[in-house]
Design a protein around this ligand. Structure first.
Ligand code: GLY
Length: 349
């Protein structure tokens, strides 16, 4: 098992290894303040696979499992209220614990429920997808969507622990593994050239625990500099400024990882064509295509601008973009809306 400390205001451990779900109960017992009861929030994909394993491990706690319908389209205020009401009905108190068992959608919603229930309580993240293991489970972003946009209601609320049982990745189909690979390539592109080389190899999944651990370290370095996402943490948005717009334009036909793959290529091409970087997008295209990810879509500049300018990443008439200087290093630049239009146009194939 690997262990990484995240030294935010209230430090927490990220544990990574096969079989960890079976140890969840013992690890919860090891928390400084033991909860009296545990609310396990999962979804209709993950629950049938892993809830029983979790419940077995929690047998010494009063606990219950609440299952939401799987899918980003259910990451809504209505589902949040249903989770909160289940907690009230099971007499969960602020001294108890929420366990988020699932991917990023479950983690976002269960984390947000724990941030607001009785003005805030602890939760632990148990990511069961490669994507949430390397990204959303660490760093404390929690949210639900509104019809007007993604993640518009949320809170920064760090988990009390992250338990990443890498055995759960065995039930992911190749497209979901590729979604995780897109975020790993993003981390590599902005912060770690060696990781980029590892990802270029055919057998990149051979030591998945090490890959997850390296990604958690990279994410930690940005979160610790800027927990509330007002500065350096925005570097993690590489591929997301255009990627989120492409995801929304596709009406979520493209998964998050697929949209981020397209976004990274377009953002690199845009920066190169506008003379902001000398890095060519070819290396990114090669590595992403080898993972089965798309690298272009037939959206127009107008399509992308329509969705990108709605995104909450826009601030005071300007958009902050991530410019990769070379593989393993990037910087932030603020573009006014006129320049951002040129950037989006330059990003098209
Ligand atoms: N997913 C990017 C962040 O947590 O800031």
């Amino acid at each position: 098992m690997r262990e990484i400390m995240i030294d935010t205001n209230e430090p927490y451990r990220v544990l990574i290894g096969g079989g960890l779900l079976r140890d969840a109960g013992a690890l919860i017992q090891s928390l400084e303040r033991k909860p009296g009861a545990v609310a396990v929030i999962t979804d209709s994909h993950v629950g049938p696979l892993y809830a029983e394993r979790m419940e077995e491990s929690l047998k010494d706690f009063r606990h219950y499992v609440y299952t939401v319908d799987a899918g980003e389209e259910n990451k809504t205020p209505e589902t949040l209220i249903a989770i909160l009401r289940s907690m009230a009905q099971h007499e969960i108190t602020r001294a108890d614990l929420v366990v988020a068992l699932g991917g990023g959608v479950v983690g976002d919603m269960a984390g947000f429920a724990s941030a607001v229930y009785q003005r805030g309580m602890r939760f632990i993240q148990c990511p069961t997808t490669l994507l949430s293991a390397v990204d959303a489970s660490v760093g404390g972003k929690t949210a639900v969507d509104l019809p007007e946009g993604k993640n518009l209601i949320g809170a920064f609320h760090q988990p009390a622990m992250v338990l990443c049982d890498t055995d759960t990745f065995q039930t992911l189909d190749p497209a979901r593994i590729a979604d995780g690979a897109a975020e790993i390539v993003k981390h590599a592109a902005i912060a770690d050239e060696k990781l980029f080389d590892v990802m270029a190899a055919q057998d990149w999944q051979s030591d998945i625990d090490a890959i997850v651990a390296r990604n958690v370290e990279i994410k930690r370095s940005f979160v610790l500099q800027d927990e509330h996402d007002l500065g350096q943490r925005q570097m993690l948005n590489f591929g997301h400024t255009i990627g989120h717009a492409v995801e929304a334009w596709s009406r979520f036909r493209l998964s998050h990882g697929q949209a981020v793959a397209v976004g990274m290529v377009m953002e690199t091409r845009a920066a190169r064509r506008l003379g902001m970087t000398e890095l060519a997008e070819d290396a990114l295209i090669g590595i992403l295509e080898a993972k089965g990810l798309p690298t272009a879509v037939d959206a127009t500049a107008e399509d992308i601008l329509e969705f990108a300018t709605r995104d909450k990443k826009r601030q005071s008439g300007a958009v902050t973009v991530v410019v990769p200087d070379r593989i393993g290093h990037a910087r932030l630049e603020r573009l006014d809306m006129g320049r951002f239009r040129q950037y989006v146009e330059a990003g098209l194939p």
